[in-house]
Ligand binder design. Structure first.
Ligand SMILES: [Zn+2]
Length: 436
């Protein structure tokens, strides 16, 4: 190498170094701060789900993705330059939350999607995420997905590259070999490892199937196939890593054991007895009832997708007992968070599965306000996200619904939604007229 070339090379590398050091500050100087968009919902009635009352003729101020002020028009100033969203004669509710969702659901039957590869499934889940928002559901807990698809979809929604709900996810369902789920583990060590793998991948919840499922072709829904050691160690390892644990459950004996070891919630609750429900109330263990899958509204759905006759028969029997269980749970005062086990937007009983589920809670003895809380404040608490979501409160994300009627008086008011906002962004508007 000649002296000149060496010199040039040295100069070039120094230059490169200088530009590397210089570039971040140069970029900083060129980028003006993005102005935060300010919006104000004006004149509507805010449903205060935290205190169980309403604020009429209210103003809700939103700056960026958060609510910054809420109150009667007489006490909350509308910031200058705010985009006004008129809400006179309307009700303002927090976005709904659905705590039992599979965005990649692919049920056995005529509409089963064959040969769907993981990439195609992710695309379908992304579309289902948008439909979920359009159904007024701004937060979901995913209770079992495949191949890490949930972590990819969650990242895309969180980054805002696609519109979809906020997601908490369990990753894959962990089961003993032959259990109701796909990630099989055996022995306490096997369960510990499976739990750690899901948490490593991004799960903030862990789900075990501690009994059988309605769609299983073998075993009993009332069986309790996990050993005590598997259950105890699995829950302990999850909790040590900051994850909560939910259990797919139908067997009272398995439920009592799981509560002894500190399980955080139960899905479905088929066949739960008074002693189980009373212990749940005492320990604060959450119930996610998923009523819509067992009630008559779902039978049309199962027929449509071509479910086999034995499945329809089993469904009918389970349905009546399931509703009786929910009545007991409501009477006893078990903490309940809404979940459907159908797509949040799935047609059910003339509305969406989410709204049909809330209506079933009223049928089982909740007041409309309690049913609305089961879809807002309660799930927020269950997720440990009550500082960020679940009510129309200053400081929380602007996850908001505008409705033409009051769901705290009649839960079926949720059947018609005028506008859905997630993090201050309008993601659905029923009327074609656009004001922001
Ligand atoms: Zn499920």
């Amino acid at each position: 190498m000649s002296k000149l070339v060496k010199k040039l090379a040295r100069a070039a590398s120094v230059l490169a170094l200088v530009s590397m050091v210089a570039s971040p500050s140069a970029i900083k100087a060129q980028t003006a701060p993005t102005p935060v968009e300010v919006k104000a919902l004006v004149g509507g009635t805010v449903i205060d789900v935290l205190n169980g009352k309403n604020i009429s003729d209210a103003v809700v101020v939103i700056e960026g993705d958060r609510i910054t002020a809420v109150g009667p028009r007489s006490s909350v100033a509308i910031p200058q330059g705010a985009i006004i969203i008129p809400a006179e004669g309307k009700w303002i509710s927090p976005g709904l939350m659905n705590m039992h969702v599979h965005l990649g659901l692919n049920l056995p039957g005529a509409s089963y999607i064959y040969n769907e590869n993981p990439q195609a499934r992710i695309l379908r889940m992304t579309i289902n995420g948008r439909k979920t928002l359009e159904a007024g559901v701004t937060t979901v807990r995913l209770t079992g997905e495949e191949n890490g698809s949930d972590f990819v979809v969650k990242k895309a929604f969180d980054e805002g590259s696609f519109d979809g709900p906020r997601i908490a996810t369990v990753g894959q369902i962990i089961v003993p070999t032959g259990g109701h789920g796909t990630l099989e583990a055996d022995g306490p060590d096997g369960f510990a490892k499976a739990v750690r793998q899901q948490i490593k991948a991004g799960a903030t919840w862990i789900k075990f199937s501690i009994s059988g499922g309605i769609s299983d072709t073998h075993g009993s829904i009332a069986a309790a196939p996990m050993t005590d050691d598997e259950l105890r160690v699995g829950i302990e390892v999850a909790h040590r890593n900051g994850a909560k644990v939910t259990a797919h459950n139908g067997a009272p004996v398995a439920a009592l054991k799981a509560m002894e070891y500190g399980v955080d919630s139960f899905e479905h609750g088929y066949y739960f007895t008074d002693p189980v429900l009373k212990m749940m109330k005492q320990k604060g263990t959450w119930l996610i009832p998923t009523m819509v899958v067992s009630q008559p509204g779902a039978l049309e759905f199962y027929k449509r997708i071509g479910s086999p006759q034995w499945y329809l028969e089993r469904q009918k029997v389970v349905g009546a007992e399931h509703l009786a269980m929910l009545r007991d749970a409501v009477r006893i005062g078990v903490p309940i968070a809404l979940g459907t086990d159908q797509f949040p937007f799935e047609p059910n009983n003339g509305t969406t599965a989410t709204v049909s589920e809330a209506e079933t809670y009223v049928l089982a003895g909740m007041t409309p306000m309690q049913a609305l809380q089961a879809a807002t404040t309660m799930p927020a608490r269950m997720l440990g996200m009550e500082a960020d979501i679940g009510s129309i409160t200053a400081g929380k994300y602007a996850d908001i619904l505008i409705l033409p009627a009051d769901p705290s008086k009649d839960i079926s008011a949720l059947r018609t939604i005028d506008l859905v906002m997630k993090g201050g962004k309008t993601v659905y508007r029923r009327a074609p007229k656009a004001t922001n």
